[in-house]
Design a protein around this ligand. Structure first.
Ligand SMILES: Cc1cc2nc3c(=O)[nH]c(=O)nc-3n(C[C@H](O)[C@H](O)[C@H](O)COP(=O)(O)OP(=O)(O)OC[C@H]3O[C@@H](n4cnc5c(N)ncnc54)[C@H](O)[C@@H]3O)c2cc1C
Ligand code: SF4
Length: 349
């Protein structure tokens, strides 16, 4: 590991100021991804700006029934929070499906969404990788790519995004709050510029295109300050399912986050949201399937056709066609389970 400087920020303004003042800086959340990458020589920052102790660790009610998850809230604390568990069970399930208890105790909300890909060639500095060093090539394309993308990949990169939380957020139409990259007032009463902006969670992560080195739309120096969850759809049921090589401590081969609301009078779909993880460079919101399902009665044939319409767009590579099969089965099963749950909750006194 190369020597590096360390600054502990006491406020958002101090953090963005330190970022601007130091060469080659990185923000430090829990460090469970960044420090690992520094040990491997993939990340070589000159200065770490520790933002983990900023007072951004609360889970708070928003007006209108939503929740605000602070960026430095630990994954374990968010997953265990009573309001998260009761109103957004798929967020709690997604977090608990990730990493291990020890990692979740230190990993933060912001860091989880900004963690880098687990592509082994990205993590090996002796291998060509356009994400790590733009223009050098992609060793995974002709290498071992059993765990790589089947949707939305480009000639330049076939990596997947690893966060489970991000998939749940995409299905919930959450927003991401960012500080420090805009031109307006910083909003901290100091008159400093910096600005706060929000970005829809489903547009926060990028497809690789020609620039796989840019994982998200975050601007240099911006801090992710919170996740904003909208009020849950009344009466809707939801779940998160993940297929992986081991029962725990493994990234998704494919995962699905689903939300469903059925009209109690007709049994038809009033609202459905479906997002896949492990298939692409970002959570994959299944808008084609959602369109097919909205207004329909959820029988086996309708579900099959809708899921197929979405996943027929997949472009699997030599070694990863199994991911399409996994995703199809996960989505069909998730929708069937939710339809049953919705019917049961309608019958309940
Ligand atoms: C063995 C192992 C298994 C894992 N399995 C899973 C899994 O199955 N599913 C899953 O979702 N995750 C998994 N993880 C990933 C783990 O959840 C992440 O390492 C963790 O969430 C990163 O959070 P952190 O706070 O430690 O981030 P850090 O390592 O501190 O930061 C990660 C990146 O985000 C930046 N950053 C951090 N916070 C902010 C912020 N607020 N604003 C701007 N930039 C910021 C940092 O500069 C860095 O680039 C696994 C990790 C390991 C080591
Ligand atoms: S898939 Fe992406 S991250 Fe992996 S080696 Fe290729 S360019 Fe790098």
């Amino acid at each position: 590991m190369k020597p590096f400087g360390y600054v502990r920020a006491g406020s958002l303004r101090e953090a963005t100021g330190a970022y601007a003042a130091h060469p080659d800086p990185r923000y430090l959340g829990g460090g469970t991804n960044l420090v690992d990458l520094m040990k491997l020589g993939v990340e070589t920052p000159a200065t770490l700006i520790d933002i983990s102790r900023l007072p951004l660790d609360a889970v708070e009610e928003r007006s209108g029934g939503g929740l605000r998850l602070g960026a430095t809230a630990r994954n374990s604390d968010v997953a265990a929070h009573p309001l998260v568990r009761t109103r957004y069970p798929l967020v709690a399930r997604a977090l608990l499906a990730g990493a291990s208890g020890q990692l979740r105790n230190i990993a933060t909300t912001g860091g989880n969404l900004l963690q880098r890909t687990r592509c082994p060639y990205f993590q090996d500095v002796s291998k060509a990788c356009n994400k790590r060093r733009p223009g050098t090539g992609c060793a995974a394309r002709d290498g071992v790519h059993r765990e790589h993308a089947v949707l939305g990949h480009s000639a330049h990169c076939i990596a997947t995004h690893p966060s489970d939380l991000a998939v749940a957020l995409a299905a919930l139409d959450a927003d991401i709050e960012l500080y420090g990259g805009g031109d307006g007032d910083a909003g901290d009463g100091t008159g400093a510029t910096g600005g706060i902006r929000t970005v829809a969670a489903q547009s926060f992560h990028r497809l690789p295109g020609d620039h796989p080195e840019q994982d998200t739309v975050i601007r240099p120096g911006e801090i992710l300050t919170a996740v904003l969850l909208p009020a849950p759809v009344p009466g809707a049921v939801s779940l998160y399912r993940k297929a992986r090589d081991r029962a725990s401590y493994a990234f998704a081969l494919a995962s699905v986050a689903a939300v469903l609301d059925l009209d109690p009078a007709t049994g038809r779909v009033r609202h459905v949201a479906l997002a896949f993880g492990g298939l692409a460079h970002r959570p994959w919101r299944a808008t084609t399937a959602e369109q097919e399902l909205t207004g329909a009665v959820l029988d086996t044939g309708t579900v099959r056709r809708a899921v197929d319409a979405e996943l027929d767009r997949a472009r699997p590579l030599r070694d990863n066609a199994h991911k399409v099969v996994l995703a199809r089965n996960l989505a069909r099963d998730a929708l069937a389970t939710l339809a049953e749950l919705a019917a049961t909750s309608r019958r309940a006194p």
